[in-house]
Design a protein around this ligand. Structure first.
Ligand SMILES: [Mg+2]
Length: 298
């Protein structure tokens, strides 16, 4: 499946592009963490330092890593501090934070919504709930979409759902609501929860203010950091992650990304010249990328 995409470790163009990179935006689930969610494990969840060694080496080299994930602010704040990093992008691009702990600056992105789209004191998450976005999807696709418990709690910008949807059909349902919303496919999950569909793997979906996405958040973050697109790389495993290629010089897909229909369809629909793959899956692919990056920096 990865035959048409060059390997990050083999391609001289990748090395040249990586030599300019100073910040890496990394997806978490399916990318930085192993099956089951540990950083201290190989791709199949056997205990391993494969990623930890690379995180330490990147931190020593002063190369910035920014987690960018569908997870919420509280989860990312803890992870960022534990790993010695200094910023993160939460809720699939909706929240951009510099700093850790109590010493931080943040911004919430409303995407294409005008600043007065929601009343003061109402979060985008509350506004999306007020138009019954989740309920409307559940009524349109019974048994095929549900809240992704318990991770749907403590949200500020996006609804988090689990389901088996054709995203275009789901988007058409959202388009009937009085707020402009996007349905974002954030990759495959391992558990169906209480879904009854079995004709496709379950995926995580976000419902966000129209325009909110990881690529837009990276553009905002790079402007804030005073860095150019060529000074940024991104790594991920989902169709949503692939769109980060629009905002960075180097886009890497870990090998397990190619099991996602959304990724293969996205690459077919829009061939790109700044996308590379790793041979390894999940943590092993991430470590492979980090070694290539450090090697290119010299
Ligand atoms: Mg992922």
């Amino acid at each position: 499946m990865t035959a048409d995409i060059p390997r990050i470790t083999d391609d001289p163009h990748a090395r040249e592009a990586l030599s300019r990179v100073r910040v890496l935006y990394t997806d978490l689930d399916g990318t930085l963490v192993a099956k089951g969610g540990s950083i201290l494990a190989d791709a199949d969840a056997t205990p391993s330092l494969v990623v930890a060694e690379q995180i330490v080496a990147l931190n020593r080299a002063g190369l910035a890593v920014v987690p960018i994930s569908g997870r919420g602010r509280i989860q990312l704040r803890e992870l960022t501090q534990l790993l010695g990093w200094d910023g993160y992008i939460a809720e699939a691009g909706g929240i951009i934070v510099h700093g850790t702990g109590l010493d931080f600056e943040d911004r919430v992105d409303l995407g294409e919504w005008p600043a007065d789209a929601i009343p003061p004191g109402v979060s985008p998450f509350e506004a999306i709930n007020d138009v019954r976005a989740a309920e409307t999807l559940m009524e349109a696709f019974p048994g095929r979409i549900e809240h992704y418990a318990p991770w749907q709690l403590d949200r500020e910008v996006s609804l988090l759902l689990r389901g088996c949807l054709d995203t275009r059909e789901g988007q058409a349902v959202l388009d009937t609501l009085p707020l402009p919303l996007d349905l974002v496919d954030n990759g495959m999950l391992r558990s169906y929860g209480t879904l009854t569909c079995r004709d496709m793997p379950p995926h995580a979906y976000h419902v966000v203010p129209r325009g909110v996405c990881k690529a837009r958040a990276i553009e905002l973050d790079l402007a804030w950091r005073g860095l150019s697109r060529e000074q940024a790389a991104a790594i991920g495993d989902s169709a949503t992650d692939l769109q980060m290629a629009d905002a960075v010089g180097v886009m890497a897909l870990v090998a397990n990304a190619f099991g996602s229909n959304g990724v293969t369809a996205g690459l077919k629909r829009e061939p790109r010249d700044n996308v590379w793959c790793t041979a390894g899956e999940r943590t092993e692919g991430w470590a492979e990328f980090a070694r290539a990056w450090r090697g290119a920096i010299g």
